[in-house]
Design a protein around this ligand. Sequence first.
Ligand SMILES: *Cc1c(COP(=O)(O)O)cnc(C)c1O
Length: 325
Amino acid sequence: MKQIPRIRFAHLPTPVEPMENLSKLLQRSSFLVKRDDQTGLAFGGNKTRKLEFLIAEAKAQGAKTLITAGAIQSNHCRQTAAAAARFGFECILVLMGDPMEKVSGNLLLDHLLGAEIIWSSHEQLDSDLKKAYDSASKEGRKPFLIPFGGSNPIGVLGYVYGMKELIEQGHRPTWIVFPTASGGTQAGLVLGAKLFGYRGRILGISIIEKRELLAEQIRKLIEATADSLEVKIKLEEDDILINDDYLGGGYGVVGEPELEAIQKLARTEGLFIDPVYTGRAAAGMIDLTRKGIFTHDDSVLFWHTGGTPSIFADKYTHLMLKIFD
Ligand SMILES: *Cc1c(COP(=O)(O)O)cnc(C)c1O
């Protein structure tokens, strides 16, 4: 297997903790949590693992500026801005959203980290990103483009090795459940499982996309990453498990299921999950448990991918208060 440059700055291995109270409450399976909300780098999250490889690549290319894009409360953008500050890059973020929205949550942190923000919209994102890249190039700022969610064959390596880490910690849960969006986390976990020998089920709860479309993107990411590592793997139909039953009102639209899950984990385990990603995935996990998908013999590991600063996003705090009604 080819070695690919990595700069180690994440706080690894992240702990695996039992969720005994949640297990008691749901009375079915035993639940664990892998604390990737504690990966370090500006409040942590899953993007830290990807950035260890992406930053190494940006340095190798002699880049001076990191450019990436995301939603107004993007965790990926916040963590990229932090990595830029720490490793001496400038940072340009192309954000989808309303520039008049109150500065809070991740957006506040983007400002504190000194990122340059370019406002865009869903429709204009690709062209605005290209414009930002081209003008940074012309100005001699040596831009390095990090894709949406950090999900390319370099970023995916973060979770290939994340899976290796879990196995080395001695944990072999029968299920791993987590939120899946740009697919890099899932691609890494699935490829890591093949390479390092994990045989349980890896179930992504979709946050944005319908199942078929996302599965295809993930398949391509796995294949491209395997190529870059110069390894051969055989993917089966059911290696890429995605459940898209919990898309609710769409990306970033926080509903009752997310709020309920946030409350439940806070009050049973003293654990914070976020309204956009982990809240939705935990809601899915709880619902699937009630439906009997996980049995008494199952151990279910919830891979906490972070995102907690968006609890403090102005648009979510008033919803959060509903929890106390
Ligand atoms: C980005 C993100 C995800 C999704 O990870 P992908 O690799 O894009 O699928 C999940 N949870 C949180 C908190 C995130 O910020």
